[in-house]
Design a protein around this ligand. Structure first.
Ligand code: SDX
Length: 426
């Protein structure tokens, strides 16, 4: 318990001594759990902009300084030195693996990459033109019906094997959604390849030909996946926690996270951003006109890939992705006009009072779509890529929640603004 408190008095003459809690980094927190009992008042915070929903040791963001730490390690250092599976181990277990732990973890993941053959039939049941995110959210939820041996959420071993299965099977399922959409055969995983190499093979190989992973593409995807792995209590992670807090099984909880990520204000922004850039290029609209539309309160148009609830400085991931984008286009060629437009949009906003005043900067979704396009990944797969990368973050938070002694079912309150109590007319 904290020995520091903050006193609050309410208009009804009551008061409360709120404990002040501190974390390793970040602002102090007023513990308001006793507020209603002491004062008869709720707190009100739509969108939870200033509400800490839980204690977590996984990721820390300093939005003013543009800092992102996974278990204390700066994202820039992990992006330069780590691999996605090493980051998965770090996020799940809290420490970087030693060589033996790394070998064991990679082997476990490799040997869970296949899915039940019925999953093929399940995905083939979708319409030919189903959006891959619609297929993904349904299929992840359906995994609950295949793994009855590991659904006891109170068993730490069941929680761990479910986490490993989800991380291992996401690339396979993502590639099935992609190949169903293209009408091409589903490929089997190849355990002789690395996690990301295997994903490129699942996505782009065909049974009729040999396949060699492109090292440039693998390097770009490894970075993209590391940068998207986790991000504190964002909308989809909070959805996973809230779903999981009722005792829902891990597959149902992660399916809820996939559904939340799909929204264009969240993980759907990468697809929305490339659609926006495409529309600007095709319409010949000037940068000035685009910026003016984004600022016009009467126009619902927003600059996709800009702004962030927490980052009021550059999203550190956007800086890393922008550099990778530039290097990739130099190596592979690709949509340079779109990249140049993105750069000009970014430059224009940095000099524009509206964006400066509101501290709106490019976020992780601003450049990622251009990289996916350069890698021949179609737009309707962009958010699937985000979901595949974020699975480890979601499941790490789900595991942490179940280990939290203060964990309880999430049940927010409200300000009721409806009709006053009234009798039924008889
Ligand atoms: C992700 O939370 C996470 O960590 C998410 C994420 C992760 O890794 O999990 O980082 C991934 O979701 C990144 C964000 C991707 N979304 C987009 O790029 C969509 C476009 N951006 C926005 O819609 C918006 O910026 C949000 C949703 C990201 C943040 O919304 P907030 O914090 O609720 O901010 P707001 O909507 O209250 O906006 C504040 C002001 C408003 O103007 P005023 O009413 O004060 O005059 O800024 C304006 C907004 O109109 N504004 C924008 C804008 N974003 C905010 N104006 C033009 N273009 C934009 N993109």
């Amino acid at each position: 318990m904290s020995d520091r408190t903050s006193s609050i008095s309410t208009p009804n003459g009551k008061s409360s001594e709120l404990p002040v809690l501190s974390g390793t980094h970040g602002p102090d927190v007023l513990d308001v759990r006793g507020l209603y009992k002491d004062t008869g008042h709720f707190t009100y915070d739509p969108g939870y902009a200033t509400t800490a929903s839980c204690k977590s040791a996984i990721t820390f963001i300093d939005g003013d300084e543009g800092v992102l730490l996974y278990r204390g390690y700066p994202i820039e250092q992990l992006a330069e030195h780590s691999t996605y599976l090493e980051v998965c181990y770090l996020l799940m277990y809290g420490e970087l693996p030693n060589p033996q732990q790394s070998e064991e973890f990679n082997s476990i993941i490799s040997h869970h990459t296949m899915v039940h053959e019925n999953i093929r039939d399940f995905i083939n049941g979708f319409r030919y033109d189903a959006h891959p995110m619609a297929m993904l959210v349904g299929t992840i939820g359906a995994l609950s019906s295949f793994y009855h041996d590991s659904l006891d959420i109170n068993n730490p071993l069941h929680r761990e094997i479910s986490a490993q299965r989800l991380i291992a099977k996401m690339p396979t399922i993502a590639s099935y959604c992609y190949n169903h959409y293209r009408g091409l055969p589903f490929m089997y995983p190849d355990n002789s390849l690395s996690y990301v190499e295997n994903f490129t093979r699942l996505m782009f190989a065909v049974p009729a030909e040999e396949f060699e992973p492109n090292p440039v593409a693998v390097k770009a995807l490894e970075l993209i996946m590391i940068l998207h792995a986790d991000h504190e209590q964002n909308a989809s992670t909070s959805t996973v926690r809230l779903a999981g807090s009722s005792g829902a099984n891990p597959f149902a909880s992660i399916a809820a996270g996939v559904a939340s990520l799909w929204g264009p204000a969240h993980g759907g922004a990468n697809e929305a951003c490339v659609n926006m850039l495409d529309a600007i290029v095709n319409s010949g609209e000037t940068i000035e006109k685009t910026i003016a539309r984004a600022k016009d309160k009467n126009d619902p148009f927003r600059l996709m890939g800009f702004g962030h609830r927490v980052y009021k400085n550059f999203d550190p991931r956007a800086k890393l992705i922008q550099k990778m984008c530039h290097d990739l286009l130099n190596e592979l060629g690709g949509d340079t006009p779109m990249f140049e437009l993105a750069r000009k949009l970014e430059e224009a906003t940095l000099a524009d009072e509206y964006f400066i005043e509101r501290r709106l900067y490019p976020n992780v979704d601003f450049y990622s779509g251009i990289i996916f396009r350069a890698l021949n990944i179609p737009m309707n797969m962009f958010t699937v890529m985000f979901a595949m990368s974020r699975t480890v973050g979601w499941i790490s938070h789900w595991m942490e929640m179940h280990e939290d002694p203060e964990g309880r079912i999430g049940r927010p309150r409200q300000i009721y603004t409806g009709a006053a109590k009234r009798d039924y007319p008889v």
